[in-house]
Design a protein around this ligand. Structure first.
Ligand code: GLN
Length: 202
């Protein structure tokens, strides 16, 4: 079998953490593959699966657009390439995004997924926290979810399925080849969400 190439969009944010976790998870799963940072169009064209990491969605979107990466990500997504957006990556994948302070945002978005997202939804009192999250598709054991200035999904429609909720807010979802989490799965030891994503690419 051809080796699986997984890319992590390397513009800004938690890039190296995902690369390390994916390489570790590929090994655990016995998959012949490699994960690398994707910084330009040629590298992006080569990957079979892509992670858009957490960071600052405005910066990631703006720089990715300047480098001509946004259109290619949209093209790949429509071709069925699995894409996993965490935190800022979730924001970028959404069709609708707004900020509690400024209303509808004007930042560049991929606009691929049928979700409506609120940026920085937990407010200043809870900029960062960890909770045990119930994610039924990963089994019974709760998942340690680290939230950092996290968004939430206010609503989903179309083919999008809710995968996890916290305090009544949607924090993980999937629409066919698109997977999103409002938290940072690359910052804890639990590899089940990365495993779930890699299975989508097999
Ligand atoms: N608050 C960030 C944004 O709106 C996302 C935070 C994160 O990715 N940890 O882009």
């Amino acid at each position: 079998m051809k080796s699986l190439r997984v890319g992590v969009l390397g513009v800004q944010g938690a890039v190296s953490e995902h690369v390390e976790v994916v390489n570790d998870t590929l090994k655990i799963m016995g998959i012949n593959g490699v994960c690398e940072t994707v910084k330009n169009l040629n590298q992006l064209k080569e990957v079979d699966a892509l992670i858009i990491p957490g960071g600052e969605s405005t910066t990631i979107g703006r720089v990715a657009k300047e480098r001509g990466l946004m259109d290619e990500i949209v093209r790949k997504a429509k071709d069925g390439t699995p894409i996993f957006g965490t935190c800022a990556g979730l924001i970028l994948l959404a069709k609708e995004v707004y900020d509690l302070k400024v209303g509808v945002v004007r930042q560049p978005l991929l606009g691929l997924m049928d979700i409506k997202v609120v940026r920085n939804a937990f407010g200043r009192q809870r900029e960062s926290f960890e909770v045990d999250l119930n994610i039924p598709v990963l089994g019974e054991k709760p998942f340690p979810a680290v939230f950092i200035r996290a968004p939430v999904i206010e609503k989903v429609w179309g083919k999008t399925k809710v995968l996890a909720e916290f305090e009544g807010k949607i924090v993980a979802a999937q629409e066919e080849n698109l997977l999103v989490a409002a938290f940072h799965p690359e910052l804890t030891e639990d590899r089940r969400l990365h495993q779930y994503f890699l299975k989508m690419a097999l």
